[in-house]
Write a protein that binds this ligand. Sequence first.
Ligand code: MGD
Ligand code: SF4
Length: 750
Amino acid sequence: KTRRDFIRISAVGTGAAALSIKAFGSNGFGLFKSETEGPVSDEDLTPYPTYCEVCFWKCAAWAYVDKSGRIRKVIGNKNDPHCNGRLCPRGTGGVGMVYDEDRLKTPLIRETKKDGSQYFREASWEEALDLVAGKMKEVKEKYGPEAFGLFNHGTPGGHFHHLLRAYGSETNAEPAFANCRGPRSSAYFSTFGAYIGSPESTDIRDTRCLVLIGSHLGENMHNSQVQEMSDAIDNGAAIITVDPRFSTAAAHSSYWLPIKPATDIALLMAWIHVLIYEGLYNKEFVEKYTFGFEYLKEHVKNMTPEWAYGITTIEPEQIRKTAREMAGAAPAVVIHPGRHVVWYGDDTQRERAMAILTALLGAWGKRGGLYLPEGISVPHFPQPEYPEPEWTWKDLNYGKYPLATMGITTELLKASIPRYNYEHQVKAWLVAGTNLPLSMPDKPLFKEAAASVEFIAVMDTMPMDITGYADVILPEATYLERYDAIRSAPNREPNIALRMPAIEPKYDTKPGWWIAKHIGERLGLHDYFNYDDYAEVIDWQLKKMGTSLEEMKKIGLKKFPRKSGPLYLGDGEDFTFNTNTGKVELYSTDFADHGFDALPKYTKHPEPPQNFYRLIYGRAPMHTFSRTSNNPNLSDLMSENSVWVNPKVADLWGLKKGQEVWLKNQDGHITSFPVKVRVTERIRWDSVYMVHGFGHNNKKLSRAFGRGASDTEMITNVAVDPIMGGTGMRGNFITFLTEDPALEGKEVKA
Ligand code: MGD
Ligand code: SF4
């Protein structure tokens, strides 16, 4: 029995009227408006600039507020390259986060009754902040500040990161690295000496050939990218989609290659073979800019399309044809680097193969390939230097994952569990803006870690599953109710966007910056929080950048001229890459130095056992991870996920459309909730597919609780990438239970 009961929080307060959909625009990017109030003309509305927090594309937008102080709509900022004036359904429906009646409304503190049972009681901010600051002091005295860890994500996580650094710890990790795009960072950096940022520097708008390796743009709604893809299709670009599932992108593609899961590296190497041995690669680019071509040529000598056919099930002629299609379009080819790329544990090598292909096509720094992005840095508000911690997240990784550039979530979990015997141990957590029980693979590990630490404080806007593990819950105001850090992301043109409150925070909620500051003040860290309102920080920064809060309130988004030179590399232009050799490294000296394969190679991954199917998962256009499942607007559009099953498999099991099944994985874990079957030819017979983010287990989520099943519960086998610690999640296999396992008295290990 653990100290914490993992109880679900108690209900507090009554809700505001839910919003529902009124209209959709013809382009699918529609408006959500209140049905409880009549129509209102734009003249009666006041626009406030913001940027969207529903996903990490961060589209700049205007929130329109009526005279009664209600947000009536959120519209994209037409000058913003992230959205070009159009928000995706999630961004438009984001206002549902404000008016969701299930929101966290006041601080809550865990209490234990005399009989040992636990509950959450409402608390004042004074009390909640005192408690967090008190624990931070205690941990510092007992173990040193480094023992206080932080799981952070998004802008709320940023404020807590600042607090943690000021306090003396840099023991943090966010799921966006090891559970998402870390392998791509390490791979592109080792090849080109540059990262693929966010938004990705893919020049889809001008491409002649877009290659998607398991990227499901269109379902994965990265706004401007989807818009550009749609333009590229209109302009006749060839789309090559490699996916075991007939995705929306596959449906719009010139070529759909329904690859056998876990074999993509073989296909990529065969493409490289064809380009080299048919002499189709860009010789000038390779000669001028790359290192290691001869090694590569020798390495892929036997990796023929016939060899790859036996592995991938893609016909050799299809492999040749698609390679020639790319070569014909080069250099205007985008090999899309993907985003959530932690699949099989050799993901950095798959990403390397994609980077190498890009180089062979001469598509780096070229129109229609990858452009040269530029961002503008936001000046640091004056503050003392952060104290130097005795150890950081790096000490939890290094040695094991030498090319990790950020903290690894699973390492932070393991460091929290004494039996792992880490030299450096984590004793308490802050969690800000991440719902770990639904986003971390290996839930048993998460649960053990949560049970091991002495204290957990969670800052969230919703009573998500993670809040059930907290000792204190800090309810944050939503993004439409607060100031936040200035958005500055690299793009074709450097630009910044402002987020300011459109309305006052509802209930007793507070912005993240306020919460971090008031904890900081209690710890004597005033000099790091030397402002009364975050608006002062933003105004100071904007003035240094040649604008002001006043101006940004009127325009929301500002572009700056490029300083680094043109968007594309000139023909024959000299360029030194930030790698060991100063060249594009087809052969990675960095990988070789660290004892890793300098050239990617295919390795075989385990196959599903008999009667089991590989679990693949992805996104739906109206949802982001687990954060939107309870949003009144978005759950209206899609309220649960389903499990996609090939008709052959459905026949074998006697499964019917809409039938509820429980899933059980190779380790005996069973989903907490049943999920409906969708019988479809769009998935291969050896795999099943689910949209990620459903199967919430917190009763306080009135719309999301128990709706659909959690793919995460089925991911207990994690294939760790030895290069950067990525958590490969697609080596899990499921089978079907058609009867309720609880009734059958089977052990339920979810
Ligand atoms: P969400 O599940 O959306 O994303 O993982 P997470 O970062 O955990 O949870 C976000 C949390 O932040 C929610 O609790 C939400 O209520 C809260 N939140 C939202 N807005 C705010 C706010 O303004 N303030 C505060 N304080 N909190 C807020 C994402 C991660 O998951 C990523 S990036 C990827 S790519 C992976 N995807 C993935 C997958 O596809 N399948 C599986 N099985 N696991 C995955 N894990 C990874
Ligand atoms: Fe918001 Fe959609 Fe843009 Fe993401 S892509 S930031 S959800 S509008």
